[in-house]
Design a protein around this ligand. Structure first.
Ligand code: MRU
Length: 347
């Protein structure tokens, strides 16, 4: 088995494969998958075997390098055509996480810089870029952790939603990085984790990774958030992001927007943690962000031994919602704390 050194996603350059932990099997089984073909990688993203905006971006970069190394194209023209096809195909796997198109564009730019070079040189440059996007994600998350721990230093407990931890990145995570750094600094925060219907990323993944790291963790049903806030059980809400518009409106897992409204009502700070690769230059406001709609069966059937809702009713399943910039206290990034109104000047 490939040694992933505690990472969620790795590049096995010896066997030319994208190696991931299959998150659909967690927390019951820890299954490593070695992915080599474009269909395998597309399906892994689509079916959430790998998920979380930064993790999807890093995986796409590695995937493009793996596919380039495997290419049987004999001419540069054929190779470029195949590369472009792979880019579009991977981007179509999930529409909301902007880190996916960000990483694909980084790979495209790398290729553009190789104009006039041999195919071998191009493949090597793509591999180096994928490896640097991978290691860069670790550094960015660590910096988010240090910056966020400073903000949380007087907090005793926080509430988080979905999974924006190490399982959503390469290591550390975004929203959970400040929790890990707080622990390193001796602040043993308690973390309340929304179960996060319908796919239970909170109950399955966040609870798993926090418990494995020895963090004091309590899972709540999504409809208990108001209870924990009203009763003073949490001092802050801390979440990740899939796409941040230029005005600060933020797409994150469905249910995040409701939490931000509650947090404002109860006067609790609402922090969004994200690397700069999550800022979306093409979205002026949240209205420009495409929200992924997923299969109804994730609401009505998944996790139940028998269908849970009556056959006659439909189910709405938007995977994300938009939190208004006005409800976000600040963004915690690898470059420090940013106010929503400052974003357009910084990216
Ligand atoms: O559908 P998912 O599980 O990919 O959604 C993940 C989230 O909403 C995360 O909060 C977001 O990607 C940030 S991950 C650091």
């Amino acid at each position: 088995m490939f040694d992933m050194r505690g990472e969620t996603v790795s590049y096995d350059t010896q066997n030319n494969a994208l190696v991931i932990i299959d998150q659909t099997e967690l927390p019951n089984k820890c299954v490593q998958l070695s992915l080599k073909t474009r269909e395998e990688i597309y399906n892994a993203i689509k079916l959430l075997k790998l998920r979380g905006a930064p993790c999807i971006g890093v995986s796409a970069a590695i995937a493009l390098s793996v596919l380039a190394n495997n290419s049987e194209a004999r001419t540069k023209e054929e190779f470029l055509k195949e590369f472009d096809f792979n880019c579009e195909y991977l981007i179509s796997s999930r529409p909301t996480a902007v880190n996916l198109s960000w990483a694909v564009n980084e790979m495209k730019n790398t290729l553009l810089l190789c104009k006039g070079k041999s195919l071998d040189t191009i493949k090597k440059a793509l591999q180096d870029k994928a490896l640097s996007i991978h290691s860069d994600d670790i550094l960015r998350c660590k910096r988010i952790g240090v910056c966020g721990a400073e903000l949380l230093k007087n907090c005793k407990a926080v509430l988080t939603h979905c999974n924006a931890g190490r399982l959503a990145c390469v290591k550390y995570g975004t929203a959970l990085a400040p929790v890990y750094v707080s622990y390193e600094q001796g602040n043993r925060l308690k973390v309340y984790v929304d179960e996060t219907r319908p796919l239970l990323q909170g109950a399955r993944l966040t609870a798993f990774e926090l418990a494995s790291a020895g963090v004091d963790t309590t899972v709540i049903c999504d409809n208990m958030a108001s209870y924990v806030m009203k009763n003073g059980l949490v001092d802050a809400v801390i979440v990740g992001a899939d796409s941040i518009a230029l005005n600060g409106d933020t797409a994150n897992k469905i249910g995040t927007s409701g939490l931000s409204v509650l947090a404002r009502y109860y006067n609790i700070p609402f922090y969004v943690c994200a690397p700069f690769s999550t800022f979306n230059k093409n979205a002026l406001t949240g209205g420009d962000i495409v929200i992924e709609m997923r299969d109804e069966s994730e609401v009505s059937e998944m996790w139940y031994s028998k269908r849970m809702t009556p056959e006659a009713v439909g189910a709405l399943n938007p995977a994300f919602d938009i939190t208004d910039a006005s409800l976000i206290s600040c963004f915690i990034t690898e470059k420090g704390v940013i106010r929503p109104e400052d974003i357009k000047n910084l990216i």
